[in-house]
Design a protein around this ligand. Structure first.
Ligand SMILES: [Zn+2]
Length: 472
C-alpha cells in the first residue's frame, strides 16, 4: 500500500551565469523545481460495498436491469462535468488505465496520462484555496440520483484506505452509472431518488476519501464494471462523449505570483495549500522577492531565461539555464528567490521564457511607502455563453488570460448570475473560469443572460455580461 503518494522527484540547484546579481551564497538553493506525483485516488472497500448495495436496491425497486430510461440517440455525455476550462484552471491528469499488466500503464490515447489500476477520469483544480472558494461539479447528463454521501473531511493529501469520500452516484440511462467522487464536505446538493438534468450542480470539488489532491474523479460504470468513456487508438469503438476531452499535452503555466521574501514550502504537500501572501507591490529598497510558477507538461531539459527590468527598461537580473528533468513533468512547480535592489519607484517587469515560450511578462510596482501598496481590483474580463450541439444546458465562460487575472497576482473568484427572461435562476460564486446553467432552466427562444463579476476577495472588478437566445 503506497502510504506516501506525493514525492519530491526533482530537486535542482540552479546557478545563473552572467547574472547582474550574484545569488546569495547562504542559500544553496535559490531555485527549486519540484515534480509533484500525479493525483492518486480510490474508493474504500467499505464505501464500495455501500454503493454496490445501493445500486442493487435501486435496480430491484425499478425492476431488474431497468435504468433511468432509454434514449433514441446513442448514449453521450455532452461535456466534462466540472466547472472550469480544461487546459487552463482544470487539468485532466489521469484517464483509466487500460493496461492490465501490473506496473505498466496505458490511457485510451496510448500515452501515460493515468496510473496503474485507475478506473476513471481525474481532473485537478489548482489548490485548496480554489476548493475553499468552490468549484462546482455537475451532472454530465440527465438521470436519477441513486446514492450520495456527505460530511467527510475534504482536505486529504495522503493515501489512506480507511478514508471515506463525499460522493454522488447517478443512473444516466442505457445501463450507465456515473460516479462523482471526492467532493467537498457539506456540498452534496442532490438526494437519492431525485431526477437531474445535464448541468445540475451535484456538489463541489474536494479531496475527501482516498485522495491526495482536490479533484473530481468521474467514473463510468456499466454492468457493475468500470468503462473508459473515451475512444482513441488504444480504445477503439464509440466514444461516450459528445465533445470528448482530449489528452492535454500542451506546455503551459497554470499559476504565477510574487511574494515578499522567499517562499517556504516545509513539506511535500504544502504547495497545495498555497499559503504565501501574493503581491505585486514592494517598498523601495534592497530585499528578497519570492516567485512561484506552477507548470503543466514541462518538456524535458527545457531552456529558460528570467529577466527583471527596472522602470527605465534596464535589465537588473538576467539569468538563463536549462532544467534537468529527463521525463516530461505533467505537474510541477518552480519556486525561486531573488535578492534585488529595488532602487527606483515605478513599474518594473518580470519576464520568464521557458522552452522558447514567453510564459510570464508581468508588471510589478515599487512604491515609496507601504501606504501606496494598496490592493487593486482584478482586471476586466469578458464573458461568453455557448450552448453545445444537441444539448439544452448552457455554459458561461470567462475570457481572460489564465495568469494575468489580477494586478496583485491574487486568486480571483467569479460570481455568476444567470437570468432567464430577466429572472435570476442561478447565482454562484466560484473559483472556476466557467459555469453551467442546467438543462430545463431555459426554454427554446428564451433570452438568457450571464453576468460575471470577478473579485479578489476584497475588491470587485468590472462586471461582464453575455446574452443569447436559447436554441432548441
Ligand atoms: Zn481517480
Amino acid at each position: 500500500m503506497p502510504n506516501r503518494v506525493r514525492h519530491v522527484a526533482g530537486f535542482l540547484m540552479i546557478f545563473f551565469c552572467g547574472s547582474a546579481f550574484a545569488v546569495e551564497q547562504s542559500y544553496q538553493e535559490p531555485g527549486r523545481l519540484v515534480e509533484v506525483a500525479r493525483p492518486r485516488d480510490g474508493v474504500s472497500a467499505e464505501q464500495l460495498a455501500k454503493v454496490q448495495a445501493a445500486v442493487a436496491a435501486y435496480e430491484k425497486r425499478k425492476g431488474k436491469g431497468a435504468t433511468a430510461g432509454k434514449d433514441e440517440l446513442p448514449f453521450r455525455y455532452p461535456f466534462f462535468p466540472q466547472a472550469g476550462i480544461q487546459g487552463q484552471d482544470l487539468f485532466l491528469t489521469n484517464f483509466t488505465d487500460l493496461n492490465t499488466i501490473p506496473k505498466s500503464v496505458r490511457d485510451w490515447d496510448c500515452s501515460d496520462y493515468t496510473y496503474d489500476g485507475h478506473q476513471g477520469h481525474d481532473s485537478v483544480i489548482r489548490s485548496f484555496r480554489e476548493q475553499a472558494i468552490g468549484v462546482p461539479i455537475f451532472a454530465a447528463r440527465g438521470g436519477v440520483v441513486v446514492d450520495t454521501h456527505d460530511g467527510e473531511p475534504d482536505m486529504n493529501t495522503v493515501w489512506d484506505e480507511t478514508k471515506k469520500a463525499n460522493y454522488v452516484i447517478i443512473d444516466h440511462g442505457d445501463g450507465y452509472f456515473g460516479w462523482y467522487w471526492h467532493m467537498k464536505t457539506g456540498s452534496v446538493a442532490v438526494s437519492p431518488g431525485q431526477t437531474v438534468t445535464a448541468g445540475t450542480q451535484l456538489g463541489l470539488t474536494g479531496s475527501s476519501g482516498l485522495s491526495n489532491w482536490p479533484h473530481l474523479h468521474f467514473e463510468t460504470r456499466k454492468d457493475k464494471a468500470w468503462v473508459e468513456p473515451s475512444s482513441g487508438p488504444c480504445h477503439t469503438g464509440e466514444s461516450l462523449w459528445g465533445d470528448q476531452p482530449p489528452v492535454d499535452r500542451d506546455f503551459y503555466a497554470a499559476d504565477f505570483y510574487l511574494t515578499r521574501g522567499r517562499i517556504e514550502l516545509p513539506d511535500e504537500d504544502s504547495f497545495l495549500f498555497d499559503e504565501a501572501e501574493r503581491t505585486a507591490s514592494f517598498v523601495k529598497g534592497p530585499q528578497t522577492v519570492g516567485m512561484r510558477i506552477d507548470l503543466r507538461n514541462l518538456p524535458t531539459r527545457a531552456p529558460y531565461e528570467i529577466r527583471i527590468l527596472n522602470p527605465r527598461g534596464q535589465s537588473v537580473f538576467d539569468g538563463s539555464n536549462a532544467f534537468q528533468n529527463s521525463v516530461v513533468y505533467h505537474l510541477s512547480y518552480w519556486i525561486f528567490r531573488f535578492d534585488l535592489d529595488l532602487d527606483t519607484v515605478g513599474t518594473w517587469r518580470f519576464q520568464m521564457v521557458i522552452d522558447g515560450n514567453l510564459l510570464i511578462d508581468a508588471p510589478f510596482r515599487v512604491v515609496a511607502s507601504e501606504r501606496q501598496a494598496a490592493n487593486r481590483a482584478p482586471y476586466r474580463v469578458a464573458a461568453r455563453i455557448t450552448q453545445p450541439a444537441e444539448a439544452q444546458f448552457l455554459t458561461c465562460q470567462v475570457q481572460s488570460p489564465l495568469i494575468a487575472r489580477d494586478p496583485d497576482f491574487d486568486i480571483v473568484s467569479y460570481t455568476y448570475e444567470w437570468r432567464v427572461k430577466n429572472r435570476v435562476v442561478r447565482k454562484v460564486t466560484s473559483a472556476a473560469l466557467a459555469d453551467v446553467l442546467a438543462a430545463g432552466l431555459a426554454q427554446p427562444g428564451d433570452k438568457v443572460k450571464c453576468k460575471v463579476v470577478p473579485s479578489d476577495g476584497k475588491r470587485s472588478g468590472p462586471a461582464a455580461t453575455a446574452q443569447v437566445v436559447a436554441r432548441p
